[in-house]
Design a protein around this ligand. Structure first.
Ligand code: GNR
Ligand code: NI
Length: 174
């Protein structure tokens, strides 16, 4: 496995729409392995292909490995994920993004989603997600469509966050 470099804003690759994979082959599985390693190392609870400069519809998630809890790992790998149902109820949660380091904001999303995707074996499966997992899977699918969590904020808040990241970059804190 190898660690990949995570792309930080502003970068055009984060605005691109990723293309569907034909099938989950060994190359895609290797990509998923490398993305998981990169995500755990970061550390983060999700990672989408755009963030590591790849433009296929692949993402990885593991919400169990958060510092405080350190549960058993539960990696979820998805290719061609699609939201096939969303609840009418909404949920608001503070989100962060490895491509927008050290910045956090509340984001409103459908509380529960049902997602259809190809798993690590290439089998078509469905997953119903709520809570943190729901926010995370929606956040990652957004990446594959070139959308970032700051795109849901007012332009004032968005620009403030993007300027702060610029400043951190200049100070070479990142
Ligand atoms: O590590 C991450 N935490 C997080 C918290 C709330 C909602 C979504 C996320 S995903 C983020 C990692 C990341 O940037 N994935 O694209
Ligand atoms: Ni992100």
């Amino acid at each position: 496995m190898s660690k990949l470099e995570i792309i930080i804003v502003p970068d055009p690759v984060l605005k691109e729409t990723a293309y569907a994979v034909d099938r989950v082959d060994d190359a895609v599985r290797t990509q998923m392995d490398n993305m998981l390693e990169t995500m755990y190392e970061a550390p983060g609870i999700g990672l989408a292909a755009n963030q590591v400069n790849m433009l296929n519809r692949v993402l990885v998630i593991d919400i169990t490995r958060r510092a405080e809890e350190e549960g058993e790992p539960n990696p979820i790998c998805m290719a061609n994920p699609e939201v096939i149902w969303e609840s009418e109820q909404f949920s608001v949660m503070e989100e962060g993004c490895l491509s927008i380091p050290q910045q956090y904001a509340e984001v409103q999303r459908p509380a529960i989603v049902r997602v259809k995707y190809l798993d690590y074996e290439g089998k078509e499966v469905e997953l119903e997600a709520d809570g943190l997992l729901s926010h995370c899977v929606q956040h990652e699918i957004d990446h594959l469509n070139g959308v970032l969590f700051v795109d849901y904020l007012s332009s004032l808040k968005r620009n403030m966050i993007l300027r702060k990241v610029e400043k951190l970059k200049k100070q070479e804190v990142l």
